[in-house]
Design a protein around this ligand. Structure first.
Ligand code: 13P
Ligand code: SF4
Length: 328
């Protein structure tokens, strides 16, 4: 077992080439994990990379649903999720048949009861209440939920996806905040699930006012997982990679960043002449921080834990992801 950080990095690079592996990391990962990755990006970019990349093994530094998506899109590749308990509490807030049944049969990683949905309403119940209405599933959902949806979306393309669908009404799951943002930006009727991301949903307009008072010259960017009143008070609303693009092209020199603090690493690295402040320093997703250099090393060494979606679910879920990826 290598002891210092440089030896771990060297071992990861050696194993990566031996296994013909590629490391991909979400923008919220730890700084050193982002630095060792071959690709970093937002959920949409990572889905595209996972569908196109040429390798035998994908080491997915992110959370469970992201590794599932990689496995759905590239079933011939081995997808490693270095920390199997890195889940997304919001993704667990919608289940096909309701929480009770799912909890009994849950496999792969543990549901996190503190954030788990308390009621028994299921996606099938929602669909039965609105027959024929297409279901748009945020990628932050389980493979099984994707398999029972019509199309996926990310925070970068939600409005485009909704507008690509026939009819004047859509069901949007699971994020009530992303759905509210989409509803504001489309003429279609959006029926929302009432899930949320605990990292973004904790931000209030008071936090925005405080940040504006402390940094009067800064532009404030917010992720669409924040509450609608926070988004309405922001200067720019976009996905994590959308923030990277905006900060680069903007004439502004100072920004308040309303998303998980992991994004600060790339923002600062790619814009050394600009200043970035976290909207709140406690915008930390504990699941995104579980993956370390050590866990990447162990995953590559032991070729474990592997995330593999059962074939019947994979085939159906792939249709939803492919439909999303086909929308330009
Ligand atoms: P994006 O990087 O697509 O904006 O996703 C944010 C997120 O919360 C992922 O879990
Ligand atoms: Fe899920 Fe929010 Fe963490 Fe993203 S930041 S993985 S949406 S809990």
């Amino acid at each position: 077992m290598p002891v210092d950080q440089q030896s771990i990095v060297d071992e990861i690079l050696r194993l990566k080439s031996e296994r013909n592996a590629v490391i991909i990391a979400h923008n919220y990962q730890r700084d050193e994990v982002q630095d060792i990755a071959d690709h970093t990006g937002d959920s949409l970019e990572l889905s595209r990379i996972a569908s196109e990349i040429d390798c035998s093994v994908i080491v997915f530094c992110g959370v469970h649903f992201m590794a599932e998506s990689a496995s759905i899109l590239s079933p011939q590749k081995t997808v490693l999720l270095p920390e199997l308990t890195a889940g997304c509490p919001m993704a667990d807030m919608v289940q096909v048949k309701g929480m009770r049944e799912v909890k009994k049969t849950f496999q792969g990683y543990e549901a996190q009861p503190v954030f788990a949905f308390s009621h028994e309403f299921s996606l099938l119940d929602m669909k039965a209440e609105h027959p024929g209405v297409p279901v748009v599933a945020y990628v932050n959902t389980t493979a099984e939920v994707k398999a029972h949806s019509d199309i996926c979306c990310t925070s970068a393309n939600v409005v485009k996806i909704i507008e690509s669908l026939p009819g004047d009404t859509v069901i949007c799951i699971p994020d009530k905040n992303l759905s509210a943002w989409a509803a504001k930006n489309t003429k279609k009727k959006v029926i929302a699930w009432d899930g949320f991301c605990h990292v973004h949903d904790r931000i209030t307009v008071k936090d925005v006012e405080k940040a504006r008072a402390e940094h009067p010259d800064a532009l404030l960017m917010a992720h669409p997982e924040c509450r609608i009143e926070v988004l309405e008070a922001a200067d720019h609303v976009t996905s994590t990679s959308g923030m990277l693009r905006f900060a680069k092209v903007s004439d502004a020199k100072e920004f308040v960043v309303g998303t998980e603090v992991g994004l600060m690493h790339r923002l600062r690295k790619e814009n050394p002449d600009k200043i970035f402040h976290a909207l709140r320093n406690d915008m930390v997703c504990p699941n995104m921080k579980k993956t370390t250099l050590n866990s990447i090393y162990l995953a590559l060494k032991e070729m474990n834990p592997v995330v593999k979606v059962p074939e019947d679910i994979r085939v159906q879920a792939k249709k939803s992801l492919d439909r999303m990826l086909a929308v330009k």
